[in-house]
Write a protein that binds this ligand. Structure first.
Ligand code: ATP
Ligand code: TYR
Length: 472
């Protein structure tokens, strides 16, 4: 912490608060809070007292002199990818953006070094500054890619607000520790900080709580203040585990400026066991292709149970509610077709991985579950590797006269000697989803070797080998 930026703690001039709000907002924005609420996307509003008038008025575009608002949500780079839990808060931001408001996705390049204790039973493993920097870079790329897909593939022809990615390292790295404690620290009351649920539960735990973790809420409160001061941001969005931190921000800003700000939470997405879906529980479904392929993401949503699919369609897609009703009517008639789950999976995969990612997920589904050779034939090396994650991959040169058994041996797929030979004759081997029982058959391009120069070798029920033929 270095520069004394905090001396600027003061009442925020209105002109500055609205500085960024110069763009016209579409009239439909007046239903802004009602629509996501009807979808079940907004769970709690803070402070409760503001929910009836102040907050709706803030987003009511019919009011004379009203301007676009700025809303933010923070993401700590404690991992190198966003996940499905984060996606929900991002959808919250996108709904504001679609209604013409400006949104900020804040990467917590500094807060991640402390580790948020909210909702956790023990402290996070400390991460090196270098690791956090690399993660922050990856999250920024992920956020920008999602915002670009959103703008490119889900535009509705109406003027939207801006989407900005910031990193709180930009202001915390400038801070001088003693200066920060003296100016900011003086405005927080220990009693209030100690009363937070996240602090209480951790203080009672056998491991206790570190000062760094305890101080976390002060940094998040300062972020809110900073964004209020510099971007006119009056609303912070977060998962429902963030309410305590949001309250600290509200109290700090209110104390310093006399202005009202607000918090909105989204429900926490949980697994079937009820655990929050995310890094900490080790059950995250990632948005980064290298960690969870488009096919796996697609399948995660196709597998959702009938009793949660309608809720997820409302939460994770922009489909209008009447269209969701219609999809559900079709679904109820023939649930085994999984029409609703497939639509949900398609919408989310398109948002996260673009049209190309959705096409890839569908190709992989065809290739794996419908044994489609056409689908295999147009797959790239990357898709095949993603699809058959456990498969070994070899690059082989196709010599003239290469037979089925030569191929199996070169790929180290069968044992040497008669046992390997028998595995083929007894029907345990298939190439490109077709059983091959003659070990001496010579490979035929177009049948054993696909147009894309690949062969998918399967031994037994689940051992896959991908072969890329060189110099065809
Ligand atoms: N499963 C979830 N459902 C809804 N919101 C979530 C979920 N997981 C994370 N979030 C929200 O996303 C935002 C960023 O979270 P962050 O990156 O700090 O992860 P986190 O909450 O620490 O979770 P974890 O480390 O367990 O993945 C927060 O507002 C958080 O509440
Ligand atoms: N505390 C949030 C992330 C965050 C970081 C900085 C903020 O200003 C806001 C939110 C979480 O761990 O989920």
């Amino acid at each position: 912490m270095a520069a004394p930026m905090l001396r600027r703690l003061c009442r925020v001039p209105q002109s500055l608060v609205w500085l960024r709000g110069s763009r016209a907002v579409r009239p439909g924005a007046r239903g802004m809070l009602v629509a996501p609420r009807a979808r079940g996307l907004f769970k709690e509003f803070f402070p409760e007292s503001g929910t009836k008038t102040e907050l709706p008025e803030l987003f009511d575009r019919r009011r004379a002199g009203s301007s676009p608002q700025t809303v933010y949500c923070g993401f700590d780079p404690t991992g190198d990818s966003l996940h499905v839990g984060h996606l929900l808060t991002l959808l919250g931001l996108f709904h504001f953006q679609r209604a013409g408001h400006n949104v900020i996705a804040l990467v917590g390049g500094s807060t991640a070094l402390l580790g948020d204790p909210s909702g956790r039973t023990k402290g996070r493993e400390a991460l090196s500054a270098e690791c956090v920097r690399a993660n922050a870079h990856a999250l920024r790329r992920g956020l920008e890619a999602l915002a670009a897909n959103h703008a490119r593939l889900f535009a509705d022809g109406r003027p939207w607000g801006s989407f900005t990615v910031l990193d709180n390292a930009a202001w915390f790295q400038e801070q001088h520790l003693v200066d920060f404690l003296a100016t900011v620290g003086g405005h927080f009351r220990m009693g209030t900080l100690l009363s937070r649920l996240s602090v209480q539960s951790r203080l009672k735990s056998p491991e206790g709580m570190s000062l760094a973790e305890f101080f976390y809420q002060v940094l998040q409160a300062y972020d809110f203040y900073y964004l209020f001061q510099h971007y006119g941001c009056r609303v912070q969005l977060g998962g429902s585990d963030q309410l305590g931190n949001i309250m600290s921000g509200y109290e700090f800003i209110h104390k310093l400026t006399g202005e009202d700000v607000f918090g909105i939470t989204v429900p926490l997405i949980t697994s079937t066991t009820g655990a929050k879906l995310g890094k900490s529980a080790g059950n995250a479904v990632w948005l980064n292709r290298e960690k969870t392929s488009p096919f796996e993401l697609y399948q995660f949503f196709v597998r959702q149970q009938d009793d949660s699919v309608e809720r997820y369609l409302k939460l994770f897609t922009f489909l209008p509610l009447p269209e969701i009703d219609h999809i559900m009517q079709l679904h109820v008639k023939e649930p085994e077709k999984r029409v609703a789950q497939k639509r949900l999976a398609a919408e989310v995969t398109k948002l996260v991985h673009g049209q190309e990612g959705l096409d890839s997920a569908k190709r992989c589904t065809q290739a794996l579950y419908h044994s489609s050779i056409e689908a295999l034939e147009v797959m790239s090396d990357q898709e095949l590797k993603e699809l058959f994650k456990e498969a070994s991959f070899s690059e082989l040169v196709l010599d003239p006269g290469t037979s089925v058994i030569d191929t199996c041996r070169k790929a180290n797929a069968i044992p040497d000697g008669p046992r390997g030979y028998r595995m083929i004759t007894e029907g345990g081997v298939s190439i490109n989803h077709r059983q091959v029982t003659n070990p001496e058959s010579v490979l035929v391009i177009g049948q054993h070797i696909l147009k894309n120069g690949l062969s998918l070798l399967k031994i037994g029920k689940r051992n896959f080998y991908i072969i890329k033929w060189l110099q065809l």
